[in-house]
Write a protein that binds this ligand. Structure first.
Ligand SMILES: [Fe+2]
Length: 175
């Protein structure tokens, strides 16, 4: 397993090669753009955030369901991508899934919670980007509550507050 990060060009080629649509690729670029802005206000590894954000939805070439993160991590592993990238992909659903939540949606029972700062930044940049457009966290949380996903909504709000504190700036104010 190499620890050399893929280039941006590599990531974009891999998305295409694995069947990701132009819409998914545009979304990944928008998530990368926001994730880098957040990362710059922290001591996170900016290159890792960039590549992780760009490739976080690689599993969408296979499925758009909740399993796309798990499938994406499998693809990334097969491609020989570094572990830190694989974990960004695997842990990017909302603010993460607990072992029980994972089990209830049919995923292998283990925690899929973002742990490193880079994992948290990519997961939350993805939460705030709807298609290609940034939304206030309140809008995101409301959508989750409406669907009955209250635990997920609470976790997203907590992650928003945690990252805003690290950045010393409410992430909603980032343009
Ligand atoms: Fe995703």
């Amino acid at each position: 397993m190499t620890e050399v990060l893929p280039t941006r060009k590599d990531c974009l080629s891999l998305l295409k090669d694995t069947n990701c649509s132009e819409n998914v690729i545009a979304h990944c670029k928008a998530v990368e753009n926001l994730a880098i802005k957040i990362a710059k206000m922290t001591d996170a590894n900016k290159e890792l955030v960039s590549r992780g954000a760009l490739i976080h939805d690689i599993g969408r070439g296979r499925t758009h369901g909740v399993k796309h993160a798990y499938e994406g991590a499998k693809i990334a592993k097969k491609l020989g991508l570094p572990d830190n990238i694989i974990l960004i992909i695997e842990r990017h659903i909302g603010a993460g899934l607990t072992k029980d939540e994972a089990k209830s949606v049919g995923l292998p029972a283990k925690d899929y919670i973002p742990i490193t700062l880079e994992e948290k930044i990519v997961a939350h940049a993805d939460n705030l980007i709807d298609e290609n457009e940034k939304k206030p966290v309140a809008v995101v949380v409301k959508r989750f509550r409406k669907l009955g996903y209250n635990a997920a909504a609470d976790k997203i709000l907590a992650l928003h507050k945690e990252l805003s504190k690290i950045c010393k700036k409410d992430l909603d104010s980032i343009k």
